[in-house]
Design a protein around this ligand. Structure first.
Ligand code: AMP
Length: 113
């Protein structure tokens, strides 16, 4: 998608602090971290929400979820971490390319799950 910031990051047109990349996904540090460790895992196919996801994209999301423990381990999140996947503007989704937030590196508390 020409006007998608995450597609531009995937294409290397916008720099990012990469922590993991393979053929299916890119993981990079959030530019405005909400925890000591805040990384975004982004499938390399443009779709905004789970409601728009096709079967091939669902496979990519599955691969992302299976890879996240390895990514989290590489980030030192051995005590646990939180995953957030905002769906739509009312949920606070600002980038309309599906992404999984990994948040950790501190006690996340019990508010908002
Ligand atoms: P969401 O609100 O769930 O759509 O999350 C989008 C996230 O993308 C926010 O936490 C932003 O800080 C982050 N973000 C936006 N632009 C960039 C960028 N160029 N590099 C890294 N993270 C970004």
């Amino acid at each position: 998608m020409a006007d998608c910031i995450f597609c531009k990051i995937i294409a290397g047109e916008i720099p990012s602090a990469k922590v993991y990349e393979d053929d299916d996904m890119l993981a990079f540090r959030d530019i405005n971290p909400q925890a000591k460790v805040h990384v975004l895992v982004v499938p390399k196919s443009h779709f905004a929400t789970l409601a728009e996801m096709n079967d091939a994209q669902a496979e990519l999301v599955k691969k992302c979820m299976k890879k996240i423990p390895q990514i989290a381990s590489s980030l030192g999140l051995s005590d646990g971490y939180r995953l957030i996947v905002n769906q739509g503007e009312a949920a606070g989704q600002t980038v309309h390319h599906l992404h999984i937030h990994i948040l950790g590196g501190q006690n996340m508390g019990e508010k908002m799950l």
